[in-house]
Design a protein around this ligand. Structure first.
Ligand code: ADE
Length: 359
């Protein structure tokens, strides 16, 4: 057995072991931590705005996807005051493609609160901002304020499950993982420690084939000692995603296409979109679909695009009609060449590309 391995049941001088663990992790971070556009290294001044914005963008979203959006947002709106004054439609357009659009709506609401009242001074205050949940409040408190906080995301859950050889499957294990993480979280350089754990999880302690041979804390790892690391955390099988079906309508008249803005709440709320039918588990009848069309016309089915949402997969057929002769109905008609870059969510951008023969 490995005498260094971290244990949940005490063992010899757990506090000393914890300090050694943190020291090993922080030294590794100083040498190998990632350079990220929102990250400040070597004790530089941290701007809570950039930390907050990055953490909101990183919710359910990869670093690779966020990088460009973060740079574009901070170039256009360099401060929380600037963002608070931005027109909502511009922010939604800038967010288009990043997904989970309620984040953009909450971002605007939170920016206005902070511009008026200043940044909340601690984790509990941050938690009260729209769009800031337990994880994000802890991350901002640690990274922006260097306060003690237990920052636990999916990466950290994986690292902790392996370190302590916690074999209970997720999601049941969540509270045990949090508790184990909390025990290690106390100590020097809380902001760097939180980011070091995240980086370890995404570059070394990866979901498949963890690189234990280059892990700075392998000697503390009970999962490695037991030969269990690669298989942790165990997870209870999730139910399969249901398949939904729908139709998006591309009405074309005099070189323009018709867009709509979706209702403010719900899926893709507040975003620009193509008009569409309901997205249902059973494909709708042709008559039902035609009834949902924005204009009466001879529609052609051009095929379908697919898109994966969190709770379902969508097969979205694209029906197009060219209606040169008809009166122009009211609505948001845009030049066809401007549709692709209009700031549509990805599913509608795919549909526009299919509708315009761009792929
Ligand atoms: N994922 C979420 N927040 C992060 C951060 N601050 N650094 C790296 N990855 C992250």
């Amino acid at each position: 057995v490995n005498a260094n391995a971290l244990s949940l049941t005490g063992g010899e001088s757990p506090i000393r072991k914890r300090a050694d663990f943190r020291q090993a992790l922080l030294s590794w971070y100083d040498a190998f931590g990632r350079d990220l556009p929102w990250r400040v290294r070597d004790g530089g001044a941290v701007d809570p705005y950039r930390v907050w914005l990055s953490e909101i963008m990183l919710q359910q979203t990869t670093v690779a996807a966020v990088r460009g959006y973060f740079l574009a947002f901070t170039a256009r709106w360099p401060s929380v005051e600037a963002l608070a004054q931005a027109p909502g439609a511009q922010v939604m357009q800038a967010w288009a493609g990043l997904g989970y659009y309620s984040r953009a709506r909450n971002l605007m609401a939170a920016s206005r609160l902070v511009a008026a009242q200043g940044w909340p001074p601690d984790e509990a205050g941050l938690r009260a901002l729209p769009g800031v949940g337990a994880y994000t409040a802890a991350a901002i408190a640690a990274i922006a304020y260097d306060q003690q906080a237990n920052v636990v995301d999916g990466n950290v859950e994986r690292v902790i499950a392996r370190l302590f050889a916690i074999t209970t499957p997720l999601p049941v294990a969540k509270s045990a993982l949090r508790a184990a993480a909390a025990d290690l979280a106390v100590g020097i350089r809380p902001g760097d420690y939180a980011q070091a754990l995240m980086d370890l999880g995404s570059t070394v302690c990866t979901p498949r084939a963890p690189r234990c041979e280059s892990c700075p804390v392998a000697r503390f790892c009970a999962g490695r000692a037991a030969g269990l690391a690669a298989g942790l955390p165990a997870k209870t099988a999730k139910p399969a995603r249901p398949q939904r079906h729908g139709v998006a309508f591309l009405a074309v008249r005099q070189g323009q296409g018709l867009l709509v803005r979706r209702p403010p709440r719900g899926l893709l709320g507040g975003m620009l979109a193509l008009p569409c039918s309901a997205w249902t588990l059973e494909p709708a009848t042709t008559a039902a679909i035609a009834a949902a069309a924005p204009v009466r016309a001879a529609w052609t089915d051009l095929g379908a695009v697919t898109h994966i949402f969190t709770h379902f997969s969508l097969q979205l057929h694209v029906w197009r009609a060219d209606i040169e002769g008809q009166d122009k109905s009211d609505g948001d008609w845009r030049p066809l060449a401007a549709l692709e870059s209009a700031g549509l969510p990805t599913v509608f951008k795919k549909a526009v590309r299919l509708g315009l023969g761009l792929r």
